[in-house]
Write a protein that binds this ligand. Structure first.
Ligand SMILES: C[S@@+](CC[C@H](N)C(=O)[O-])C[C@H]1O[C@@H](n2cnc3c(N)ncnc32)[C@H](O)[C@@H]1O
Length: 290
């Protein structure tokens, strides 16, 4: 909250973060009680709202925990509170964890997904859908082989929803738009942080919601996954992290990336100082930018 106060209004194109989850992992960096989570989050979200550009997007990776046998409602309450604060709750993506740990509980199955909530300031926001297209895959092979008469003309929904499809449009196309379910494995090899998300998660959203040279913010940066991915994708990034050890980890990680960016074969226009083209610059709480 303190660090963001130094940033001007409308500074960032994308805010993507996985905040400390309520009460969990309190041995590593202090948990917030589920009942107090909304009150804790709101003042921080107010700063995020201020520093996000009008065309920008905020992605919040979060999952409610089970408290006394019930799913706690703090995430649902947070969504309602953020809407009252001025955010639009535009979409909810599901991160399906393809390789979650096996386990058995008496009254539930293992948790294999987390929410990635999308919030915006306005209905019109920057979204580069073509950047995240996926191969048509087996669905296309099976479905398009046997086109019926309903498929070759626009087929309005039988339930009268007004939505229609024209499957024939997709014949001979190799790429399709993805769904709002992301099937990504957790990175079990990450010894650096107990709650790091996989690089593929920020990568997908950075490609979807920003262009090269845009500005990405992760206000709970942890081991610096977001900043590292932003750097690789030639976006500027700012990571804020409260624990000095994690800041240092991120800095090491990003320094390695900077070396790679200056490897032979890569070009960089050093005369263009107006933009941070391909060069990492991040500012951490209390630590000057490199
Ligand atoms: C879920 S982790 C983020 C992990 C990160 N996505 C990664 O891939 O490494 C949340 C982080 O928020 C940090 N944190 C907790 N309270 C904070 C605060 N008030 N300001 C900044 N960072 C905070 C924690 O130290 C922790 O590293």
């Amino acid at each position: 909250m303190d660090v963001l106060r130094d940033y001007e209004d409308d500074s960032f194109d994308l805010i993507i973060t996985s905040p400390p989850y309520a009460d969990s992992r309190d041995k590593t960096y202090g948990g917030i009680k589920p009942d107090e989570y909304v009150d804790w989050f709101l003042p921080r979200a107010a700063e995020m709202l201020r520093v996000l550009k009008p065309t920008g997007t905020f992605i919040l990776n979060i999952k409610e925990k089970v408290v006394q046998g019930e799913r706690h409602t703090y995430v649902l309450e947070l969504i309602l509170a953020l809407r009252k604060q001025g955010w639009l709750w535009t979409e909810e993506f599901i991160w399906h964890k393809k390789n979650c740990y096996p386990g058995k509980w008496p009254n539930r199955f293992r948790d294999a997904w987390e929410r990635c909530l999308q919030f915006n300031k306005h209905k019109k926001f920057k979204m580069l859908q073509d950047e995240v297209r996926v191969p048509m895959g087996e669905w296309a092979t099976a479905r398009l082989k046997s086109l019926g008469k309903n498929d070759v003309v626009r087929f309005d929904s039988q339930v009268g929803s007004g939505f229609g499809k024209n499957i024939a449009n997709w014949v001979n196309r190799e790429l399709a738009y993805p769904t709002n379910v992301l099937h990504l494995a957790t990175e079990t090899g990450n010894k650096r942080h107990s709650a790091a998300f996989p690089s593929a998660l920020p990568e997908w959203f950075i490609k979807l919601f920003t262009e090269p040279n845009d500005w990405v913010l992760d206000p709970f940066a942890g081991s610096g996954t977001t900043c590292e991915v932003a750097q690789k994708l030639h976006r500027n990034s700012v990571g804020i992290e409260i624990l000095p050890a994690y800041c240092e980890l991120s800095r090491v990680r990003l320094r390695e990336g900077t070396m790679l960016l200056f490897d032979e074969g890569l070009t960089h226009d050093a005369s263009d100082n107006s933009r941070n083209n391909g060069v990492y610059r991040a500012e951490y709480s209390g630590i000057p930018s490199p």
